[in-house]
Design a protein around this ligand. Structure first.
Ligand code: G3I
Length: 300
């Protein structure tokens, strides 16, 4: 394959990116997006604060604009995200206990009804673990430890057609406490029949030498629980070619690693822009890391 998507599709995988609605008028971005990617995600526009600004009053305008652009070009779409400690509707801030729990359930039902049958996957719950492997404290966690499984059961009932994912960062290193915490939750969910289909590893890499062996072990260990795995927000400090090669290789070596998404396309799109962590430079030219990813995809 001579593009990321063509190379990924050779093994039945996808290659995705995240975009904000402000990129819909950026022809440089759109040209690369339509040429290279076959999966899209909204950076902020499908988060709870964006989709339900006031109780029961939903706003899908910006999310739909991105969704329509992408799907009109044959891309699939990952929904991000339904329940998270950050970027919550302002009105959640004055709720707690059963009222907040009910607001979360109503939010999941309202958003998923709108996108019913249209998405490839939803990040149902995002970033619910702390670095030490225990649950992150948050207003949602304070509603009871079962809030995550309630979110997943609600999501399955709302749209049985979409893959339901748990998504987090710093769960790439197999020996890290947070990885083990999330792993044990997925194992428990599978044992008790809580509906979950996939784990998203954000893959915001800053350095380190655990690639590809340790990362591949994490991917294959999650997959062995009976879930798909995906790299959902990949970016790497200074776009290290060896790290990009390694993370791609790790995914390619695990049959249930279904695809890779980068968090933006050009360095100028990135939340880590001063680290130049993406595959294209500010002039929309592919960087050396692009070639290392493309070669790793084509090697499979
Ligand atoms: O919309 C306002 C705009 O009106 C205002 O002019 C501008 C001024 O700063 O701020 C805009 O909001 C910002 C928004 O991005 C849109 O650019 C927020 O301040 C800013 O906090 C927000 O950051 C987003 C961040 O999530 C918030 O948690 C990033 O764009 C987004 O890339 C980032 O994405 C997260 C994933 O969802 C989860 N994993 C980590 C990842 C990176 O942090």
């Amino acid at each position: 394959g001579t593009t990321l998507k063509a190379a990924a599709e050779r093994s039945g995988r996808y290659f995705g990116a995240a975009m904000g609605s402000d990129r819909l008028s950026d022809s440089g971005f759109l040209n690369i997006a339509s040429r290279e990617f076959d999966m899209m995600t909204a950076v902020n526009e499908m988060k709870p604060d964006a989709t339900e600004p006031n109780p029961g009053q939903f706003d899908f305008s910006r999310g739909d604009a991105i969704y329509n652009w992408a799907t009109q070009r044959g891309m699939r779409f990952r929904g991000h995200t339904l329940a998270w400690h950050a970027q919550q509707p302002r009105f959640w801030g004055s709720l707690s206990g059963s009222a907040l729990r009910q607001a979360m359930i109503s939010h999941i039902n309202g958003v998923m009804a709108h996108y019913k049958g249209k998405l490839y996957a939803w990040d149902v719950v995002n970033e619910a673990y702390a670095e030490n492997g225990t649950r992150r404290s948050s207003n949602l966690q304070s509603t009871g430890n079962d809030w995550i499984e309630v979110a997943f059961r609600t999501a399955r009932a709302a749209d049985p057609s979409v893959q339901l994912c748990y998504n987090d960062y710093n769960i790439e290193n197999w020996t890290y406490a947070k990885t083990q915490g999330v792993y044990n939750m997925i194992k428990d969910f599978k044992a008790r029949g809580v509906p979950i289909d996939c784990v998203g590893l954000q893959t915001h890499f800053t350095g380190g030498s655990s690639l590809p062996g340790n990362f591949q072990q994490t991917l294959s260990s999650f997959a062995a629980l009976g879930v798909d795995v995906a790299l959902t927000e990949a970016d790497v400090t200074n776009a290290s070619t060896s790290q990009y090669q390694g993370l791609t290789q790790a995914c390619m070596n695990v049959p249930r690693c279904v695809g890779i998404t980068t968090w933006g396309i050009r360095d100028s799109d990135s939340w880590r822009g001063n680290e130049n962590p993406l595959l294209f430079d500010r002039n929309s030219n592919p960087k050396p890391a692009y070639t290392s990813v493309l070669n790793a995809l084509n090697a499979a």
